[in-house]
Design a protein around this ligand. Structure first.
Ligand code: BG6
Length: 492
């Protein structure tokens, strides 16, 4: 039998991913307004983060300093360059540009900060991939306008996009309108998505759920995204504007047809509802049925259908961390995961934060998505949140992280061999940063270690983990050299 050659395409975009509120810090510098993320306290794996209406003296707000990228971006980007990044996924803090969200003029100092960041990326031949809104909105919009439940946010968002598109039209080609827009299909995510007034969510994910508001807010985000895509293409026809979905891979727990059907329904409602709207430009039939059966009345304006059709994205991106199972039997054991709980899979191991590790699920998901849409895909988040130990000589031997990423890269290679048009890979938290879910620093994803602990102590110094040297080799070999055995030699 002939062996089939499996490899990554020549111009594959290797890189890493971050979000402004999890790494920048400088939360009130140079005219920046408060963002929803600035009102979130630190939590732990077992203690939820809290949303406060005012800043509490003595409480720890991890976004305020984060890893101080606001002042150290040049050093960090040089390290990304050293690894050979072709692309860097970052987000822009909306409240750095429009401090209150409804301002008529942008904050010039905020724009200048990103001018400097893009110039630095260019110096290292790194292409920016910009998320316009990654789990934050100006806090004033949440407080005064009730967040995305209010349709006025569409105009504020589009004004913000117009400002970014015009300012950076010759610097940025790749844009994502909203991070994990499908978080609004889950009870957990309303505050993270800037979708509800803060007083309704004292503990992150624990507030009363209002499905009607969630889906109404989601509709407004769809409209905002579609308008931004259309406007972006008018401003620069070369822009590539994508959607970003938290792809939650769900298997049926058994071959019972009830479980199989349930898994498909979860895939539809959790993953495909949003991407159908953003890629195909219309709500799918199963969404209409769901809204009707749940008694949800999504208020739409005349012309909305046309707006959605006109604002179809150019490419599909997603995060992929883990998989879970679903069952029609309510007695089965639950396990965590990003954004939502699922059932434990007896064939898989889980991370310390109980996210099940499933590289094959990535291959399965890539095929599942590509079979549906047939457009280019980028995996813009993937990785292992783990506790790292710094040895006496300062080295960090994160073989577990290398192992996780290696298996997922192999799975992507398989998916490409299956015919999937996979064009890029940006593992999450390429430099250690604040965890979105728990607010911790000790849940680390990075190739680059940042000396800071959960309580905010540390020098903030950066250092290279073993995975740094390994990933550099992966990129240099375009995904051919995945063997970690040579890490010691690579360091020399
Ligand atoms: C994704 C988010 O869901 O998961 C990121 O887009 C987040 O912002 C990442 O950081 C990992 O989750 P966590 O909770 O470990 O930070």
């Amino acid at each position: 039998m002939n062996t089939f050659v499996k490899k990554f395409p020549e111009n594959f975009l290797w890189g890493g991913a971050t979000a402004a509120n999890q790494l920048e810090g400088g939360y009130n510098e140079a005219g920046k307004g408060l963002s929803t993320s600035d009102m979130l306290t630190a939590g732990t794996h077992t203690t939820r983060r809290r949303v406060t209406l005012e800043q509490e003296v003595g409480s720890n707000y991890p976004s305020h300093e984060a890893i101080d990228y606001y002042h150290r971006y040049a050093e960090d980007i040089a390290l990304f360059g050293e690894m050979g990044f072709k692309v860097f996924r970052m987000s822009i803090a909306w409240s750095r540009i429009f401090p209150n969200g409804d301002d008529t003029e942008p904050n010039e100092e905020g724009l200048q900060f990103y001018d400097r960041v893009f110039a630095e990326l260019k110096k290292h031949n790194i292409e920016p991939l910009v998320t316009i809104s990654h789990y934050e909105a100006p806090f004033a919009l949440a407080k005064t306008y009730n967040g995305w439940t209010n349709r006025q946010l569409v105009d504020f968002y589009v004004r913000y996009c117009e400002t970014l598109f015009n300012r950076y039209k010759d610097t940025v080609k790749y844009w994502l309108t909203f991070n994990e827009i499908n978080i609004l299909t889950m009870p957990f995510g309303s505050f993270l998505a800037g979708a509800i007034p803060p007083e309704q969510s004292e503990e992150l994910g624990a507030g009363p759920d209002d499905e009607q508001k969630r889906y109404q807010a989601l509709h407004h985000q769809f409209i905002a995204s579609a308008k931004a895509v259309k406007l972006g293409h008018e401003i620069n026809p070369d822009f590539q504007i994508g959607c970003m979905i938290a792809y939650l891979c769900s298997y049926p727990l058994t071959a019972n047809p009830d479980d199989v059907l349930l898994a498909q329904q979860k895939d539809n409602l959790t993953n495909f509802l949003c991407s159908d709207v953003q890629v195909r430009g219309a709500y799918p039939g199963f969404a209409k049925r769901y809204f009707a059966e749940q008694g949800l009345n999504i208020v739409m304006e005349a012309g909305d259908e046309q707006i959605l059709r006109d604002g179809r994205v150019d490419f599909y991106t997603c995060s992929y961390y883990s998989s879970t199972c679903v069952s029609a039997d309510p007695e089965q054991e639950q396990i965590g995961g990003n954004l939502s709980m699922g059932l434990k899979n007896p064939y898989l191991k889980a991370s310390e934060w109980e996210w099940q590790i499933d590289p094959q699920g990535l291959r399965w998901s890539m095929n599942n998505i590509y079979n549906r849409y047939g457009i280019p895909i980028m995996v813009v988040e993937n990785g292992l949140g783990a506790v790292d130990t710094v040895e006496a000589d300062g080295s960090i031997h994160d073989a577990y992280r290398i192992d996780y990423l290696k298996q997922h890269i192999e799975a992507m290679k398989e998916a490409i061999a299956d015919g999937v048009e996979l064009v890029g890979y940006t593992p999450w938290g390429c430099i250690d940063l604040v965890s979105a879910g728990t607010g911790e620093m000790k849940k680390r994803y990075g190739f680059i270690h940042v000396d800071k602990d959960n309580d905010g102590n540390g020098t903030l110094n950066r250092s290279r983990k073993d995975s740094f040297h390994w990933y550099k080799q992966v990129i240099a070999s375009n995904g051919e050299q995945l063997d970690p055995a040579t890490v010691e030699a690579l360091k020399a």
